[in-house]
Write a protein that binds this ligand. Structure first.
Ligand code: SF4
Length: 334
């Protein structure tokens, strides 16, 4: 991390979903509406040109966080600033302009493209939004974007079903690039692809990052993917960020007990380099009934007594450039 202003700053971001009870159960059983705390007070800063990897188990709130940052899911509370401007206070017009600067690449290349539209139709929408009215110029831009993502101009009249999964994801990348964005949320962009195709898409994203100075929030549950793509890693558990570390330090010695458990589960061929497997008790609690104190305490193999059960630790700097949300580490420093 440097002292300059980050490209994107997220402060106290919350996204709660309400589950409504029926009027009958409210009256007879006095049951209240339930709240799913999908994102629960996230603070993050992403530097220009970096890739921040966001990892965690399924259901921890990663994708909801990505969508809340882009205001696709309007946040319940908090701030999201792009170059110092709080986007949650933007008017409709300002929000449209923001959408040009911040794009998303979706996980599933099969469902993220309209099967009834050709590549030309799909690519035309963002270019029209961007104000490119001249159809000849638009066509040239589509050719150029297709070339950038490794497709050919002959693909322009094809429909999504005529492409492989990897090619469809390339179209998704080209569509995101059409807006000339500064920031892209890559939401599990390679999870549904074969391993060989995953490598091609990751290389493509890295090349485009270099060429256009793009900043990525790269969401995945796969730590071996995150190792190759990220500058820093943020670990999420039950809607909260529990560790933020530079990638190499994170893989060398993770600070948070949950990060240690995640890393211990990666299969490693070299016997000498293998870590002892940490098996966590139980499963991830429901985000409706978040445990008191540290949300990880019911499963934590290193918990240190009542403080973990009753006090919510803050995400604090533990070493230069490394943040951790854990009493254990803070207590060791005292
Ligand atoms: Fe484990 Fe306590 Fe640290 Fe939570 S605060 S991760 S329970 S040691």
């Amino acid at each position: 991390m440097t002292n300059r202003q980050p490209l994107l700053q997220v402060s106290g971001l919350k996204k709660y979903f309400k589950i409504r009870r029926s009027i009958l159960s409210k009256l007879l059983a006095r049951q209240k509406d339930l709240l799913v705390r999908a994102v629960d007070g996230v603070n993050l800063a992403i530097e220009e040109g970096e890739t921040l990897g966001l990892v965690g188990e399924s259901g921890c709130g990663k994708s909801t966080l990505g969508r809340s940052i882009l205001n696709i899911f309007p946040p319940t509370a908090g701030e999201v600033s792009l170059r110092g401007e709080n986007i949650l206070k933007f008017s409709k017009d300002e929000l449209l302009k923001f959408r040009q600067q911040a794009q998303i690449i979706f996980q599933n290349p099969y469902s993220s493209l309209n099967p009834r539209k050709t590549v030309r139709d799909i690519m035309t929408v963002p270019l029209v939004q961007k104000g490119i009215r001249d159809p000849i110029k638009r066509e040239e831009m589509i050719f150029s974007l297709l070339k950038k993502v490794g497709l050919s101009e002959y693909h322009i009249n094809n429909y999504p079903h005529q492409f492989s999964g990897g090619q469809r994801q390339r179209i998704g990348v080209a569509r995101a690039l059409a807006m000339n964005p500064a920031f892209i949320v890559c939401d599990e962009p390679v999870s549904s692809l074969d391993v060989s195709v995953q490598a091609q898409i990751i290389n493509l994203l890295e090349d485009l990052q270099q060429e256009f100075n793009l900043t990525y929030l790269f969401i995945t549950h796969d730590l071996s993917v995150i190792y190759y793509v990220s500058t820093r890693i943020a670990v999420m558990y039950l809607g909260k960020i529990v560790e933020v570390s530079p990638t190499l330090e994170f893989f060398d010695y993770p600070l948070h007990p949950y990060s240690r458990a995640l890393l211990s589960a990666i299969p490693i061929v070299d016997k000498a380099a293998r870590r002892e497997r940490i098996i966590l008790e139980g499963s991830v609690p429901s985000p409706i009934y978040v445990p008191s104190g540290c949300p990880f305490h019911p499963r934590c193999p290193e918990k240190i007594g009542d403080i973990c059960r009753t006090n919510l630790p803050e995400l604090r700097e533990a070493e230069t450039g490394r943040l951790v949300m854990c009493h254990l580490y803070i207590d060791q420093r005292l």
